[in-house]
Design a protein around this ligand. Structure first.
Ligand code: GLC
Length: 812
């Protein structure tokens, strides 16, 4: 906005001129507060004909809404699922300001002009409106400016590329098909208008719940303020007081909904390509995995299984016994995932039921002139369900009946930005109207960013109706805040380069803190073909990402784990196996994510908000509560320096203990990924299986890493696919350990025993022991069968009946 002017002017002048320039551009700002009305949950402020509401939504969550002409539209959100539960509030109205206090947080509203600051009760400023730029609007556009302290960083905004800290950059929120995106590509596939502002020890969050084309500018235009706004809709944002980044993520995900507990198989290895065809090739892929004993849980069929790329059809030339193929894969423990894009081929009167029934039921998107909108996508001319209508979503959900009946496990809704070919905008024209249940309609500009979300909502709800006691698995490419309620996602069309492997981690981490934890990338890269070392490194890192799916484009070389010869295959297999060994830990962490919103893949700033030196670490992360991963994403990595987070850590592979804050210099061999376990954690593992359908043999393994202040771990297990856990059919065990001079005590406390697990016995491995204990006791009984491993500095013993509560002691 100020760009043209600022280039020729020194910053100080720009700052003072900012209001003048904005006014010259037609911006109007909220003015002086003339009247203050108390509401049960906050205040309504009148400034001329403008009204502003500042309310307390829940403990620690405030909400700001602005009605420039004084009339608030009907309160509606595609994202918000939580209802307000305002705590007790206090309003202090003085000549210059209104203070709205709820618990330990204060919204201070200055009156002339109206500016909103959020503070802690202690006086610490969290965030303040930019003093020279009160909230404003210009035609349909609207914007909020906030002061930008020098040391503050901004994290979130979903899948934006580049560094996790968004400071000094500006972003557009407009869901876009961004084939082969790069660091500077913007916008991308998803629009999640949520971020965390963070400086040492202070954190807050803002969710700007506006679905129009949005923009966030974190200091690109101006050094002293950042801003967010949209091209239409309402100024309507939520402020989260934290105090910690974790609490902010918990509160934001409670507001917009959390990832549902996924089926266990979706955490296994998944193999995809554009496209496996014909049927014989699918069998061959499945057989090769099984012959080579490389675990796999899913094979994806991309658009070519369909008749001329037409959703909900099967090409019978290429897949003559499609139904049998699905059954045969299932019998091998392999789930079939089918792509079913949202476009419906415009193919009237040829017996293509999705078109004919949709046309009859009048569910397709129309233009302003009332004609059905037609756009070219994979099947050629296509029409698009009006997913904003409940009856269109219900109709769409019903389309899954046939595939669902024959046992297809998961569905992939791609191209749902929505992507349209042969247009400069890559999407629907602005005169498209989307109908709402109440008989009104909204322009495409208002719905674009939630179109994909409503698409996967329809798929997920449809599958739930068809298979009420099976957890659906849907994969989406486009998203708005809250889409994690319906689908997992991936980062779209990446490229088979080292650079893309490196860009992946910060993107996945940013998605996680934006509420979207079930996320992965195309392992090996989509466009192009990875060189052998790159694919190996990618499969290594992917083992520590939430979704672990190898996928590649049409016309590229084969990209399955066994390509490139025995040496690479062996390394890749080892990491895929490690993924399966870790499944008890991963599933437990994913259950935590479903319950709390804290993602499986956690940036260090989430765990160490008091340590600014880790805020901008884009490369390393925690995988669940216990494991620190430092991926190798460079081709030539002579010396890698790993700065471990505070505390003591154990090398996950060797059991070796590190000293506090150790800087580890290493030369990671091709088969080596630095992974460390936090001292004070207990990690459950299992034996390798070829798929999650197979029951692991042998005992549950519990790796105990003593130390830390609060040494603990847990285990969550259930049947892995149904909703019976909601009725209490699950197992939850809490483990803890205490270190004293006399010995180490490990305690297992069963919190809930509603599910019978596959194991009876547990093998306990206690690391970090300089010498063998004198004896090992479980309850009152001394155990004779234990050993000390001097290489790993670990004591190993087995508890035969480990499902009940027990206490084990290593006595020194
Ligand atoms: C899009 C998707 C890609 C898929 C292809 C064909 O490019 O992003 O994953 O393979 O379409 O369906």
């Amino acid at each position: 906005m100020l760009g043209i002017f600022r280039r020729s002017l020194p910053p100080a002048v720009v700052l003072s001129l900012a209001p003048v320039i904005l006014a010259a551009q037609g911006w109007q700002h909220v003015g002086v507060v003339q009247k203050v009305d108390k509401l049960p949950d906050g205040v309504e402020l009148t400034c001329g004909k403008t009204k502003v509401r500042v309310t307390v939504f829940r403990e620690g969550i405030f909400r700001v809404r602005v009605a420039p002409n004084g009339a608030f539209p009907k309160d509606f959100s595609w994202a918000v699922v939580e209802t307000p539960e305002p705590p007790a509030i206090r309003v202090d109205d003085t000549k210059d300001e209104v203070r709205l206090t709820a618990g330990s947080v204060v919204a201070r509203i200055r009156k002339s002009p109206l500016l909103i600051d959020f503070l802690r009760g202690t006086g610490d400023m969290l965030v303040a409106d930019a003093p020279d730029k009160p909230m404003g609007w210009n035609g349909g556009q609207l914007r909020v400016w906030k002061r930008m302290p020098e040391e503050e960083g901004y994290y979130g905004l979903g899948d934006k590329a580049g560094p996790m800290n968004r400071r000094n950059r500006a972003f557009t929120l407009w869901n876009t098909d961004a084939f082969a995106w790069q660091e500077s590509t913007d916008p991308l596939y998803k629009s999640i208008p949520f971020f965390i502002g963070l400086r040492k020890g202070l954190a807050y969050g803002i969710f700007f719940d506006n679905t129009w084309r949005g923009s966030f500018d974190f200091g690109k235009e101006d050094h002293d303020s950042y801003s967010f706004g949209a091209e239409g809709g309402e100024i309507n944002y939520y402020f989260f007081a934290g105090p910690t980044p974790k609490k902010i993520v918990e509160d934001f995900t409670a507001l917009v909904g959390r990832t549902k507990l996924p089926p266990l198989w979706t955490l296994g290895f998944q193999q995809s390509r554009y496209s496996y065809e014909p049927e014989a090739r699918v069998y061959e892929i499945a057989k090769t995995f099984r012959d080579k004993k490389i675990p796999v849980d899913a094979i994806y069929l991309d658009i070519d299984y369909q008749d001329k790329n037409t959703p909900f059809t099967v090409d019978r030339q290429k897949f003559p016994t499609f139904e049998k193929m699905v059954t045969d894969l299932t019998a091998q423990g392999i789930h079939t995932v089918l792509i079913t894009d949202l476009h419906i081929k415009k193919d009237p009167d040829h017996g293509y039921a999705p078109y004919d029934t949709g046309a009859k039921d009048d569910v397709f998107v129309k233009r302003a002139d009332g004609t059905t909108y037609v756009g070219p996508v994979w099947p050629g001319d296509s029409v698009f369900p009006d997913f904003t209508l409940t009856r269109a979503r219900d109709w769409w959900g019903g389309l899954y009946k046939n595939f669902s009946d024959l046992g297809v496990s998961g569905f992939w809704n791609d191209m749902n930005e929505p992507a349209i070919f042969l247009t400069i905008t890559k999407t629907m024209p602005p005169d498209v109207r989307h109908r709402l249940d109440d008989g009104t309609a909204l322009p495409h500009l208002a719905i674009h960013n939630v179109f994909g979300m409503q698409n996967v909502r329809a798929t997920s709800d449809g599958l739930l109706k068809l298979r009420p006691n099976e957890r659906p698995f849907v994969l989406t490419r486009a998203a708005y805040a809250g889409t994690q309620r319906y689908a997992a996602t991936w980062t779209g069309d990446n490229v088979s380069t080292w650079n893309h492997l490196g860009m992946s981690t910060p993107m996945l981490l940013s998605m996680g803190i934006s509420g979207y934890g079930m996320v992965g990338d195309d392992i090996g890269g989509f466009a192009g073909s990875p060189e052998p070392n790159l694919l190996t490194r990618w499969i290594e890192v992917g083992a520590f990402n939430p979704i672990y799916r190898d996928h590649t484009a049409k016309g590229t070389l084969d990209q399955e784990p066994w390509v490139h010869g025995a040496k690479h295959e062996a390394i890749r297999k080892r990491y895929i196996e490690e993924r399966y060994r870790l499944l008890p830990y991963i599933y437990t962490s994913v259950e935590e994510m479903a319950r709390t919103g804290i993602p499986l893949m956690r940036p260090l700033l989430l765990e160490y908000p008091q340590s600014p030196e880790f805020f901008d670490d884009d490369r390393e992360y925690l995988f669940g509560p216990a494991l620190f991963v430092s991926p190798v994403t460079a081709e030539l990595q002579d010396t890698k320096v790993v700065q471990l987070p505070p505390g003591t850590w154990y090398n996950y592979w060797t059991g070796e203990k590190t000293s506090d804050r150790e800087l580890i210099k290493m030369n990671p061999a091709l088969d080596e990924v630095p992974v460390y376990a936090r001292a004070g954690s207990i990690v459950p593992r299992q034996q390798v299986v070829q798929s999650t359908r197979e029951t692991p043999t042998g005992p549950l393994e519990l790796r105990v890493y003593p130390g830390g202040e609060d040494c603990k771990g847990s285990l969550y297990q259930d049947d892995g696919h149904s909703f019976n856990y909601e009725k209490g059919e699950f197992l939850r065990v809490n483990y803890s350990c205490q270190v004293a001079t006399a010995g180490i005590k490990i305690v297992s406390a069963v919190e809930k025993d509603g599910y019978k697990p596959w194991w009876n016995a547990a093998e306990i491995i206690v690391y970090g022991l300089d010498k063998a204990p004198q004896s090992v006791r479980v309850g009152d009984a001394m155990i004779r069968d234990w050993h000390y491993d001097p290489v790993q500095h670990a004591a190993v013993f087995t508890i035969n009946d480990a499902k009940n509560n027990w206490i084990a002691e290593l006595i020194f």
